[in-house]
Design a protein around this ligand. Sequence first.
Ligand code: ADP
Ligand code: MG
Length: 329
Amino acid sequence: MDEFSFINSIMPRQLQQPSLIKGIGDDAAVYKASDKSDQVVCVDTLVEGVHFRRDTLSPFQIGRKGLASNISDLAAMGATPAYYLVSLAVPETWDEKELREIYRGMEELATKYRMDLIGGDTVSTPAALVLTITVIGQVERTKARYRNAARPGDLLFLTGYAGSAAAGLELLLKRGRTATFSEEELALVKAHQEPSPHVEQGCLFADFAGRVALNDISDGVASEADEIAEASHVSIVIEADSLPFHPSVSVYPASQQLDWALYGGEDYVLLGAAAPADVKELKERFAAGKLPFFEVGRVEAGEPGVFLRQNGQLKKLEKKGYNHFQKRR
Ligand code: ADP
Ligand code: MG
């Protein structure tokens, strides 16, 4: 059994609450909160040795990144962050000062996005540190954006560079976080250590009147595009030559850049799809806000799946997302 069929097996067959709009199956759950707004909620767990390592991230950065990845899930729904809760399972190998640093990291982002810490839990554990963060955000009624909104004929877009965080991780794994990096390398290292979730961009999509499918890049462009393809029952074609890379990534061999972008993940930019006329308008709105926006492919009718067009050839991409249950065996 893999992680995905496990989640499928525990999916409630019957729902009790009429206010629920979206349960399991997207970056976050959505339910009606009032006549004006819907609430958006999600939870993510980070495990030491699986999601982060102490030789690549400082305790401050672990906290900051944990909250960043959760905020990114809210951004992918078009929601504005508001609250967070933190559950910590702490082994003996961590001292109090380091734990406070984790909170300082979260606080930095929380202050930026005007979020309040409103609860959590603290327990001990025999093994690795486990950090579980729940975030709550809001969005104007019916304005949340979903993975299942892509339609044949749509254009696919990204709101930032792909592959930078994976390139940074490779540098960190080779040399450790206390090494000296060039200015170019440091941009990639920081992309891995201190990502910025695209909250402003997410809100721009929520405000937009047209239909937009949205997902965030936590697992790599291939896997996130596949989630849109599966949810929307469409086929997605990514143009290899259109994928946007940070200038510091562009110096690496093309095949390496592509691998980082498609399978690296943790870039926390947004991947989406919308009709060509709407993409034109979105592009203008992003330009007006001085925000990057890149067309990277298109959506077609067909079996759910993701294809890469490179040198005139079409290749089906494997589902290479991180499957936690398989990794464990
Ligand atoms: P993501 O990669 O965006 O974090 P996941 O693959 O973790 O998404 O989860 C897919 C969906 O399944 C989400 O809606 C998530 O809330 C839900 N989910 C994941 N694990 C569980 C679980 N153990 N119990 C209930 N729902 C879960
Ligand atoms: Mg998850």
